[in-house]
Design a protein. Structure first.
Length: 198
């Protein structure tokens, strides 16, 4: 486990009208982490909201950029530079249309796959940071992507979203221990549908 504090940035768009959008999955997870682990109050900082706490004994900052998704790198870059953190100490939580709804993947580096928040962060800092990809599914037609991500999660979505977010929050200490594989497998285990009786 790194000695450097951890910076977890949940991506989304500010404003009540965006709060339940699929594109705001990162904000939703950040808010749940904040509540569950008793982080300090949110404070306006770095063009976003910042809170301090700890996970698994490691000092952890939660950040919600308030720059709108396309300029997430402005906020994340400012925080990372201020705290003098290496890029390996950054974890970005974001929605991902290339993953099936309810699926989760963690990876370090790679492209942005059209996710504008990642594109902005990579342009500001480089690509070698950890991403927690929360699958929201693809609408099936690239012309419908914008409408899909900027729509509220549906009632049906809640059936997978609530258990997934709860599982991510429960095993978040593994992220602080740099155990991405353990984090993924524990989340998969906790969100496995119960076996149907024959």
């Amino acid at each position: 486990m790194s000695d450097a504090p951890l910076l977890i940035a949940g991506l989304g768009n500010p404003g009540a009208e965006y709060a339940r959008h699929r594109h705001n999955a990162g904000f939703i997870v950040a808010d749940e982490l904040h509540a569950h682990y008793r982080f300090g109050p949110w404070r306006a900082k770095f063009d976003g909201f910042l809170s301090e706490g700890e996970l698994a004994g490691r000092k952890t900052f939660l950040l919600k950029p308030m720059t709108y998704m396309n300029d997430s790198g402005v906020s994340v870059g400012a925080a990372l530079r201020f705290f003098k953190l290496p890029l390996s100490a950054l974890v970005v939580i974001h929605d991902d249309i290339d993953l099936a709804a309810g699926k989760l993947k963690v990876k370090t580096g790679g492209g942005d796959a059209g996710q504008n928040g990642l594109r902005s962060i990579t342009a500001t800092l480089g690509a070698d940071y950890r991403r927690v990809r929360l699958g929201i599914g693809h609408p099936g037609d690239k012309n419908r992507v914008t409408g899909h991500v900027l729509q509220n999660f549906s009632k049906d979505d809640a059936e997978w979203l609530v258990p997934l977010v709860n599982a991510m929050v429960e095993v978040a200490p593994l992220l602080a221990q740099d155990d991405d594989t353990g984090f993924m497998s524990r989340v998969a285990l906790l969100t496995k549908p119960p076996k149907k009786e024959e």
